[in-house]
Design a protein around this ligand. Structure first.
Ligand code: FAD
Length: 444
């Protein structure tokens, strides 16, 4: 092949990038392309910022290899075809993705490529195991329950990792095809992580030194002993396969528990491949209870971290401060919204989607449906009691005090039920939502 276009989407890295590796091996010239598509930008200032940082890092990595990143703005399909025609490409390569948006984009790209007599090849790389690579017995397209999926996933043969290319040869004149990459826009969260493969790989190296404690510690909210790699996986700054293989090589119970979490990520991708309405339509309609739509006050209190339930408020404020929230806090806050306040899970999902740097449809919607009881939970009626969760996973109250300064003066676990303190009325902090005598009805 003479010239190939590699369309980057949510795989912003050079290491273990099967589409890029194949193009650099099989074609004389390669055009690495990213399209700033208005259909995808502007949904989250935090993610837009991270994306631009990741693109700058990718561009620098390509420059070190003798090439550059061609950046265009517009509809991804139209721009990709335009670039491919300008360089007289024989083919286009990209990583396979499964959301509704990505599937339509791939279908349109295939049709346009065919029309212009170019090949279109989809490669793995967004998940450890491609969706559909393992299938349940009985002929279903995807697993609906995690445990059997995990067993099949663990036992499956994973593809081999591929090295980053040493050189990428641009065709003559290709650099003139793009616009200058804009500076990263402002995000909304002051303490958000910075994007990019370089930063992701640095974090992964550090994480592998701390991974042993993950098994025991991953729920300890104040200790922050999880990897915080989710945003780097979300944008493909890290290859999920390479992360899982690195953890497997490290071995031990901490690494095993971590690899199991990575499998949850794959699980929701294959669920989404089989159910593309996941962001709007309940997977288990019977669980879609009678949501209340009349309580704008409760929704706003939840969004801004003023529910009067300290562990919930701490989580919601961490989300806004960092563009990330501890998994246990995501579970507690989502359960409060759906199971206690009975507000529609889609409202919570949309709020998370605005702030989370790691926010993506399969994981955000999949987890929201799981918590709301409309998804893949085998115990859809479970209810988390937020106070008991707080006492268990933030036993000293340090997580709450870190994010809720109004309560910083309350020592120990008393911080979880401030309304029981004699001087509660002197605090600038609300009583629990829907309370009688200062205690939420549903907490009794
Ligand atoms: P670690 O504990 O270090 O886990 C390692 C990796 O495993 C994570 O980076 C992530 O890729 C994956 N993982 C861990 N738990 C889950 C899970 N429950 N589901 C899917 N993948 C998982 N994760 C997202 O990546 N994007 C989202 O939009 C998202 N929304 C969520 C919404 C709700 C209501 C809930 C309960 C969970 C959500 N999660 C989401 C899953 C999980 O909370 C985050 O992946 C995790 O907190 C990220 O932090 P970490 O990288 O330190 O995770």
């Amino acid at each position: 092949m003479k010239t190939a276009v590699v369309l980057f989407t949510r795989d912003l890295r050079l290491h273990d990038h099967p589409a890029l590796a194949a193009a650099t091996t099989n074609a004389e010239h390669v055009v690495p392309l990213f399209v700033l598509d208005p259909a995808l930008l502007g949904r989250s200032a935090n993610r837009d910022r991270f994306l631009h940082q990741a693109l700058a890092d990718l561009r620098d990595g390509l420059k070190e290899r003798g090439a550059n990143l061609v950046v265009r703005r517009g509809d991804t399909v139209a721009e990709t075809i335009a670039v491919a025609r300008q360089v007289e490409a024989d083919g286009i390569a990209l990583s396979h993705d499964v959301t509704r948006f990505a599937t339509r984009r791939q279908d349109r790209l295939r049709a346009e490529a065919e029309r212009h007599r170019m090949s279109l090849r989809l490669f793995p790389g967004v998940t450890v195991l491609a969706p559909g690579e393992v299938r349940p017995g009985g002929g279903g397209t995807n697993y609906r329950v995690f445990s059997p999926y995990f067993r099949a996933w663990e036992a499956a043969r994973w593809r081999d990792e591929v090295a980053a290319p040493r050189n990428v040869a641009l065709p003559a004149g290709a650099e003139k095809l793009g616009i200058a990459l804009p500076e990263p826009p402002e995000g909304e969260s002051p303490h958000a992580a910075a994007g990019g493969e370089t930063e992701g790989r640095r974090r992964l190296r550090n994480w592998l030194h701390r991974i042993d404690a993950y098994d025991d510690q991953h729920d300890a909210m104040a200790d922050d002993d999880t990897s915080r790699l989710s945003a780097y996986l979300r944008f493909g700054c890290l290859s999920p396969l390479a992360v899982a293989e690195a953890a497997r090589r490290k071995g031990g119970p901490g690494a095993a528990a971590f690899v199991r979490q990575l499998c949850w990520r794959d699980f929701y991708y294959q669920v989404t491949a089989g159910f593309q309405d996941i962001a709007r339509v309940p997977m288990r309609p019977a669980g879609d209870r009678n949501w209340r739509y009349d309580d704008a006050h409760a929704l706003e209190a939840w969004q801004t971290g003023h529910t009067g339930i300290p562990i919930v408020d701490a989580g919601m404020r961490q989300l806004r401060a960092e563009g990330w929230m501890h998994n246990r806090a995501r579970l507690i806050t989502a359960a409060l919204l759906t199971k206690h306040l009975r507000l529609d899970w889609r409202a919570g999902q949309d709020w998370f989607f605005r702030w989370l740097i790691d926010g993506d449809v399969p994981n955000n919607s999949g987890n929201w449906q799981w918590v709301a009881g409309t998804g893949n939970d085998t115990r859809p009626h479970r209810r988390f009691n937020p106070i008991r969760q707080a006492q268990r996973y933030d036993p000293e109250g340090d997580y709450v005090r870190r994010y809720v300064p109004e309560l910083a003066g309350i020592p120990g676990a008393d911080v979880h039920m401030p309304w029981r303190l004699d001087d509660f009325k002197g605090l600038d902090y609300p009583p629990p939502l829907e309370s009688h005598g200062d205690e939420a009805v549903w907490l009794r």
